[in-house]
Structure formats: structure tokens, C-alpha cells
Design a protein around this ligand. Structure first.
Ligand SMILES: [Zn+2]
Ligand SMILES: [Zn+2]
Length: 262
């Protein structure tokens, strides 16, 4: 069985008290059948530092992008394009809109989001989308920029069923995090029951949002297994089927082939 953590901030884990180094994190993940990780960038300097920390490995892929809450005065879109063109980069992002934490730079958030999609289409790499309190604008931009051409995933999904349906109509994937295991997440579980298995990804969004039974602790890629176990029950399939399907979805979306995945 091979599970994938489709979204984690591998460079932001606690390497002082909890883990010795990246090898240690990946070994803990492998011990729970989590054999592959997508390390997601949130700034361009952060992307460069993250790739140096992690190095070239056959069990880690990278995204390159600027999170909507990290835009400050803006950044150089040509530099994003140049960095994202590297072979080790499988996706643009995370990008998107966050009006929950920041409303004073909406035009800049929207322009940055559009640029990620345009570069994704140019490079034929999917986008990793973050959205919070910005559902209508997120869907409008995905449509206007023809995001279905490069594909993408709405990560850490917490929106409603209607939004999920629109994303599925656009050909996009939906990624569930530990939030789906939270006691008060019944509306989200309703969405998870609805989304077809062949459009679901699983993620941790480590170091944030540890799933039950690890709530309150720092999250890590190994815990994507808890998300997967929970979703398997919800979907009425075995853990093996859930793992096989979500891993195949991941490989299809990000144009990856794993030698360890037959
Ligand atoms: Zn996010
Ligand atoms: Zn994230």
C-alpha cells in the first residue's frame, strides 16, 4: 500500500524537538505506508530554501508559488515562471484567495492567482488552490483563466457541496485534510461522501491541522494515514482501495510516475 501526502510544508516542521531532519520525517511517514510527499511552497525565497533543505529525492516533489497571504508588495512573475519551469516542480502554488485573513489587497491576490494559472497553462503544470471566504471570486477566476487546461486541486477543502460540484465540473480535484476528522465537520463529511473517489486527494497541510487522534500536536506527513483511514470508512471502501485510488489520482494530476508504484 502506498499513500501520498499531497500537500505539506515539509520545511516548516519542528526539526528541533520533534524530528532530527527530513530523512527522519520521511522514515516516520514510510512506517505508516506514506511513501511520497508533495512539498508546497508559499514564497519564492521559501521555495529556494525548501529545495535546498530537502534536496533531490525520489519520494518528494515540489510546488513553486506564492501564497495569497504572503504577497506583501508583490513579486516578480517572471521569476515565478523561471523557477516553476524546473523539472522537480510539479505544480504552481499554493495560490488562490484568502479574504478571511486579508481583505486590503484583493486586487493583488487576484492578479497573483491569475498569473499562477497562466504560468501553469504555459508549463502544463496544475495549480494548487487555497481559498478562504472567497468562494465566488475563486470560481470566477478559475473559469476566466481556463484553469481546466492545466488542471488543479482545491487543497484543504472546507467549502460547501455546491462549490465542490462546480470544481468537479471544471475538472478539478478536491483534497481533504485532517479537518474532515474534526467533530464539528459534518457539512464537510457530507461533501466527502459526495465527491467521486477518482477525484479525491488526501493531504496533511503539515505542520497545521493535525487530524484526530493527533489534534493539538504538530502535524506531519505520517498522519495522512489517519485522514485516509477516516475517509475510507466514510466512503465505504477499504483503506487499500482508498490509498490506491487517491495515489493514482495524485500521479495523474501531477503527471508523475513512481517506480515504486506498479
Ligand atoms: Zn492553504
Ligand atoms: Zn498549505
Amino acid at each position: 500500500m502506498l499513500l501520498v501526502d499531497s500537500h505539506c510544508h515539509l520545511d516548516s516542521l519542528d526539526f528541533v524537538a520533534l524530528h532530527q531532519n527530513v530523512d527522519d520525517v520521511l522514515a516516520k511517514a514510510k512506517a505508516r505506508d506514506v511513501g511520497y510527499v508533495l512539498a508546497v511552497a508559499t514564497t519564492l525565497p521559501g521555495y529556494q530554501a525548501m529545495t535546498q533543505l530537502i534536496g533531490t529525492r525520489d519520494d518528494v516533489a515540489f510546488s513553486c508559488g506564492v501564497h495569497p497571504l504572503n504577497l506583501e508588495e508583490g513579486y516578480d512573475y517572471a521569476e515565478l515562471r523561471r523557477l516553476a519551469a524546473a523539472e522537480q516542480v510539479v505544480a504552481l502554488g499554493e495560490t488562490g484567495l484568502d479574504y478571511f485573513y486579508q481583505k486590503d489587497n484583493i486586487p493583488l491576490q487576484q492578479e497573483s492567482f491569475r498569473q499562477h494559472i497562466r504560468i501553469g497553462r504555459e508549463l502544463n503544470k496544475p495549480v494548487i488552490i487555497h481559498t478562504r471566504d472567497a468562494r465566488i471570486d475563486t470560481l470566477a477566476i478559475l473559469r476566466e483563466e481556463n484553469a481546466q487546461e492545466c488542471g488543479g486541486v482545491l487543497h484543504c477543502f472546507t467549502e460547501d457541496l455546491a462549490t465542490a460540484k462546480t470544481l468537479l465540473d471544471l475538472g478539478l480535484y478536491i483534497s481533504f485534510s485532517g479537518i474532515v476528522t474534526f467533530r464539528n465537520a459534518e457539512q464537510l463529511r457530507e461533501v466527502a461522501r459526495y465527491v467521486p473517489l477518482d477525484r479525491i486527494l488526501v493531504e496533511t497541510d503539515s505542520p497545521y491541522l493535525a487530524p484526530v487522534p493527533h489534534r493539538g500536536k504538530e502535524n506531519q506527513p505520517a498522519y495522512v494515514r489517519d485522514v485516509a483511514e477516516y475517509l475510507a470508512v466514510l466512503k465505504g471502501v477499504s483503506l487499500e482501495t482508498l490509498a490506491e485510488t487517491t495515489t493514482a489520482n495524485f500521479l495523474r494530476l501531477f503527471h508523475l510516475k513512481l517506480s515504486s508504484f506498479a
